[in-house]
Every structure is written in C-alpha cells, then in structure tokens.
Design a protein. Structure first.
Length: 362
C-alpha cells in the first residue's frame, strides 16, 4: 500500500530524513505539514544519535513548489477553513524557517526539481543545498500580488550585484548553475547519485562538507554571470519606473542582451504594481538584515497584504481560475504612491513576529 502520509520521517544510521510527500501538488506545504516538520526538527536536534538531517521532495518534478497559498486564499476570502489562517500560516511557516536557519546540526536540502517560494524558505535558509540537473528555482510572488518572502529579504540581497532585485521583481526562473552562482545552492549533484549521497551521509563519522564535495559535479557556466553587467546597470534604479526605463533603453540599444531586457521589462509589466513597489522597498531597506529581522519585516508585510486586494486577485488569476489575467488595483505603477507603500510597512502592534531579543522592523 502506498504511503499516504504527507510528511515522511525516516532514519538511516545517524542521518534523519524528511520527505515532503505531496507530489501531486508539487510538494507544496500546508499548515499541517509545517506542524509535522517543526517538531521533527526539534526532536532530532535534541537526539544525540542524529548527526545530520536531509530534506527531500517525493516524485521527480519538485522539491517544493511553495506554501499552500490556495488554502490561505480560501480562508481569507471566507470560502473555507479557519479565518485566522492568513495570520497563522505565515507565522508558523516563518517560525519553521527560523528553526531551520538556526538548526544546530548539518541540514541538507536536496532541491531536485521545482523549488519556489516556501520551498526556497526551507532550503536556502539551511546550511547545505544540493541542486540537481533538474532544479528550477524562482521567487514568483510578485505575479500573485505578494512579494518574495520566506527570508528572501536576506537571501536575495546576498546574490551578486543587483541579481536579487532582478529575480525578486521579475520572478525569473534559474537553473542549477545560476542557483549556485546566486548562492541558492551550495553544491550541484546528479539526480542519479542522490541515493548514494544519502547513504554516505548516514555513516556515523562522515564529514558532511567532504561528502558533498565528493558528490559535487560541475553544472557548467552560469548564464546570469554573463548578464550581470546589464542586470546591475538596469536594476540599479531607486524606483520601479526608473528600472523599466533602463530596460527600455537597453532593449532599444540592440545589443547582445537586448532581447533579455525586453523580456524582463515585459515580465515586470504583468506583475502587481503594488507588489513591485513593496518588493523594491523591502530589498532596499533590508539590504543588511539578518534572517530574524527579515522574517519580522516580511510577516508585517504579509498581514497588510492579506487585508488588501492584489494577493487574492493574483491567486485567483494564476491558481484558481487560471485565466492569467489578474486585474490589479491599483492597475498602474503611477497610481501606487509612496504613502500607499509606506502603509504596508507600518507596525502591526502585538501581531508582530518577534523573537525575545528582536525589536519590530523599522
């Protein structure tokens, strides 16, 4: 009989394993999944017989395509579920990410296949990430009226140059070599060698970094490295409008990367104008944030957005009706004023996501 549990916990030697077992949903994580994941990490951290943890996704299509935003949509719209889910889901997701980031033992995520949104949260914020030849990584949140969260304030800002701005605003997808170049992955490994890698990691005296290095392969050149000068030039602006103008100039110039510039500009014009302006502000003010400060800021932003329009409209258009024709409100960047953006960054009182030593984000 097939195992119907959505979070599969296992042990082999000193290696504890967690497999997200929702392949039909591209291993998207529900609140119940987070509530299984978090205590498992706590137990393993306290267990002296566990020397490392590996996290994988079931099936051959995805590591984890994100969090279950459809459930958040339905709860926020009053269609089904707990009306408090838009607050509880993000809080517990972010608390799990914090636990992963501060986990005291080696944490290895095998990001084989689609890795987006919440899938990035439970991988990039950990110690080690092995990407395969099938890895496809993206932070596509501006396309559903959200913003790159799950610690992206920190990890996008750790990308070379302005790559984080480019990836966070456009939601562009990257493959293995670029995931390494950006720091989303720490090693490239072959899908066919994953079982052997996990077997080796399970041995009691295995040095984790040495083991990963032995299994690592060269994924080839990073395409983003060649684009870096153009990305840095076009995405250096202090407003989304300036970035769009720079891309238009680049596209009109007819250079080697003119098509890239036109495609990037066209992609931006499909995103939520509010999300774009929030994201640029988020990445600008959070340039030096650690993870705890990043998550506190992001939680504040989620709660403001859950009370708005574009998140629900984006999820409707992209995931519910799938007409891919969201009607953003406001519909134009010029209608999203600085004061409107300020409101998304305003304190939310006793609802803030705080650690005992963390003050509310500025």
């Amino acid at each position: 009989m097939a195992n119907t549990e959505e979070i599969l916990l296992g042990r082999k030697g000193g290696l504890a394993t967690l497999t997200i077992n929702r392949p039909q949903a591209l291993n998207a994580l529900t609140l119940d999944n987070y509530r299984r994941f978090d205590p498992a990490l706590r137990d393993w951290e306290a267990d002296p017989s566990v020397h490392a943890v590996a996290v994988c996704g079931a099936g051959d299509r995805a590591f984890c395509a994100g969090g279950d935003v459809r459930a958040v949509y339905e709860a926020g719209r009053g269609i089904s579920g707990d009306p408090d889910l838009p607050a509880v889901f993000f809080r517990e997701e972010y608390e799990l990410i914090r636990r992963i980031h501060h986990f005291a033992k080696p944490y290895i995520a095998i990001i084989d296949g689609i890795t987006m949104g919440g899938g990035a949260g439970i991988s990039v914020n950990g110690a080690y990430r092995g990407a395969t030849e099938h890895t496809l990584f993206a932070m596509p949140e501006t396309g559903i009226g959200l913003f790159p969260d799950v610690g992206a304030t920190r990890f996008l800002n750790r990308c070379p140059g302005h790559l984080g701005r480019y990836l966070g605003l456009t939601g562009a997808r990257v493959k293995t070599a670029d995931a390494l170049y950006c720091g989303f992955a720490t090693h490239a490994v072959k899908r066919g060698s994953i079982a052997a890698l996990l077997d080796e990691l399970s041995r009691e005296h295995t040095a984790i970094e040495d083991c990963l290095r032995r299994f690592a392969v060269d994924p080839g050149p990073a395409e983003l490295a060649a684009l870096q000068p153009d990305i840095d030039r076009c995405f250096a602006g202090d407003s989304v409008e300036v970035i769009l103008d720079a891309l238009a100039v680049e596209a009109a110039g007819g250079g080697a990367n003119a098509q890239w510039a036109e495609e990037a500009r066209a992609s931006l014009l499909t995103k939520s104008p509010t999300s774009l302006k929030i994201t640029l502000r988020q990445l600008t003010i959070g340039r030096d944030y650690d993870l705890d400060a990043a998550l506190a800021l992001e939680y504040r932003l989620t709660q403001h957005l859950m009370a708005g329009h574009d998140f629900y409209e984006g999820v409707r258009a992209m995931l519910i009706d799938r007409d891919r024709k969201p009607k953003w409100c406001p519909a134009a960047l010029t209608e999203v004023t600085d004061s409107a953006v300020d409101a998304y960054f305003a304190p939310i009182g006793d609802r803030e996501l705080l650690t005992p030593t963390l003050s509310p984000p500025p």
